[in-house]
Design a protein around this ligand. Structure first.
Ligand SMILES: Cc1cc2nc3c(=O)[nH]c(=O)nc-3n(C[C@H](O)[C@H](O)[C@H](O)COP(=O)(O)OP(=O)(O)OC[C@H]3O[C@@H](n4cnc5c(N)ncnc54)[C@H](O)[C@@H]3O)c2cc1C
Ligand SMILES: Cc1cc2nc3c(=O)[nH]c(=O)nc-3n(C[C@H](O)[C@H](O)[C@H](O)COP(=O)(O)O)c2cc1C
Length: 469
């Protein structure tokens, strides 16, 4: 063998050895990281530690779990991050709050690494579904609050299938959602900004910069009108925004306007705000119902302060429409029960307009506010829709017009028979407005009226939809 060949062979062997060494060290590092993570998981959990659990194939969900944890830590929360395969029910039950970031593969399956956890979910579901009289299992996660960020791709039939399975399973284990599952189609940054809105509320920080800032169009504030003079609640305004020159941008009823607020009529800030669109493209403008919010220090809220106080008629507003498929109207004429409070009427107003345009008239509006004298928003619209038959039934519930507080959920309970008969006739239920108080109260009322199984089946079938914040 020539010397050149010998040297070449030695180089190949050397390279191969280096590769083996690199692979061995990588495996050891991974093992050490796993052991460290397990050790951290097994350590006593300081009270109020929030767990972020992820299920990933290629690392995207893990990266988002890390960003989620960073946002929460920025608000001073104590956070642990763990892969789903390091967890079981016992470990999960040590946490009061858990956020899940989970992707989907194949036929709605989990990523490979989470297969064992999914097996536990299956086993637990089977036991819970057929408990003998003596072995009835108590909900293992009663007292746990959770949220799910479901990653997927809507090109697949079982879009975000595993995220939804996880959500159902957590519900069946007695856990309570902090807010509704957020679906992310192909890494959609708008959906991730929506997740960030919820993280901001959890972290008590409304100034966290967006992970990925929206690209806005420039709209114009054409008109702003106070809807509730002398209300006991915060001032609420109807805003009319006219589009940039050119073709009218399109959106569907139920979609959301993302706004880029400014501190003053100058510099933009790095956080967006979301508002339900209250109009249709054929109205020629985007209308919003915005409640002016103030922080504990009395300072104006970033987004609502910009829209209701700082910006003036004629000013430019940075705006972008986010599709919100989950809150679009059904294509057919099935009955709709539309439930909302306060500015939640914005989303419902757009839905009713869409139903009217489609000639679908079996609509029942249940709306709640404080006092009839000051808070009957959009009354002219509602009266006109009653008269032209767009709204078959309207119930307004004013919480402070009588000594006992009375909310939309109370009305639904009183009207349980009517709710059941509308649902028996195929109705879908749409809820828009406050997450705190209203959404949970309405959900509990509907569970009692319709039964948990039926309500869950309606949710799976797209007949129970919420846009709550
Ligand atoms: C999908 C979606 C649709 C929405 N639609 C509307 C709408 O149609 N009309 C509308 O007025 N608002 C709507 N919101 C809420 C809106 O996005 C802002 O959260 C709200 O305007 C407050 O933001 P801010 O910047 O003015 O206040 P911030 O500067 O964020 O905070 C000011 C104060 O308000 C509190 N706060 C902030 N956000 C909320 C909240 N959501 N609930 C309770 N307290 C809060 C903070 O704790 C703080 O005390 C919607 C939110 C989402 C996610
Ligand atoms: C082979 C393959 C199969 C997939 N199957 C589904 C599916 O059934 N449903 C779905 O919603 N998304 C599906 N996806 C999309 C992934 O869930 C999505 O890309 C996700 O962001 C991946 O996150 P991860 O890298 O953290 O696992 C699939 C992707 C690939 C590559």
């Amino acid at each position: 063998m020539s010397l050149t060949r010998l040297i070449a062979a030695a180089c190949v062997v050397g390279l191969w050895l280096l590769l083996c060494l690199w692979a061995w060290r990588r495996a050891r590092r991974h093992e050490a990281q796993q052991a460290q993570a397990l050790h951290a998981l097994n350590a006593p959990t300081p009270e109020d530690t929030l767990l972020v659990a992820f299920a990933t194939q290629t690392g995207y969900a893990e990266a988002l779990a890390g960003q989620t944890a960073d946002s929460l830590r920025a608000g001073g929360l104590t956070v642990r991050v763990a892969a789903l395969d390091q967890l079981d029910l016992t470990r999960l039950s040590a946490y009061r709050r858990i956020l899940f970031v989970a992707s989907t593969y194949g036929e709605g399956d989990p990523p490979d690494a989470a297969a064992a956890f999914a097996g536990q979910m299956q086993a637990r579901s089977v036991t819970a579904a057929s408990p003998s009289a003596t072995t009835r299992t108590a909900p293992a996660l009663a007292g746990t609050q959770y949220a799910v960020l479901a990653l997927g791709d809507s090109e697949y039939a079982r879009f975000c299938g595993f995220g939804h399975r996880l959500d159902d399973w957590l519900h069946a284990q007695g856990a309570t959602p902090l807010f509704d599952l957020v679906e992310v189609d192909n890494g959609d940054p708008a959906a991730l900004r929506h997740w960030q809105h919820h993280l901001g509320l959890l972290a008590g920080r409304s100034d966290l910069p967006d992970w990925q800032a929206p690209v806005y169009d420039t709209w114009r504030l054409a008109d702003r009108h106070l809807m509730n003079p002398q209300s006991q609640g915060g001032p609420c305004y109807l805003l009319t925004l006219t589009p940039p020159a050119g073709d009218m941008p399109q959106w569907a009823a139920g979609d959301i306007a993302e706004i880029g607020p400014r501190h003053e009529r100058g510099g933009p800030v790095q956080a967006h705000r979301e508002y339900s669109i209250a109009s249709l493209p054929q109205d020629g403008a985007i209308q919003l119902l915005v409640r002016q919010m103030r922080g504990a220090d009395g300072g104006l809220g970033l987004g609502s302060g910009w829209l209701t106080h700082i910006a003036q008629a004629g000013d430019d507003i940075e705006l972008r429409v986010r599709a919100n498929r989950n809150f679009h109207v059904p294509e057919d004429g099935r009955p709709l029960i539309l439930v909302g409070n306060g500015t939640g009427l914005a989303g419902l107003r757009a839905l009713i307009k869409a139903r009217r345009a489609a000639g679908h008239r079996r609509n029942w509006l249940v709306f709640g506010e404080r006092n009839a004298a000051h808070d009957s928003f959009c009354q002219e619209d509602i009266d006109a829709w009653r008269q032209d038959g767009t709204l078959e039934r309207v119930d307004a519930v004013y919480s402070r017009d009588q000594p006992q507080r009375r909310y939309v959920q109370h009305l639904l309970r009183e009207q349980a028979g009517a709710v059941r008969s509308w649902v028996d006739a195929g109705a879908a239920i749409y809820v828009c407005g406050s997450l705190q108080g209203m959404a949970g109260g309405v959900d509990a009322a509907l569970q009692d009226i319709l039964g948990d199984d039926r309500l869950q089946a309606m949710q799976h079938g797209g007949r129970y939809r919420r846009d709550v914040y």
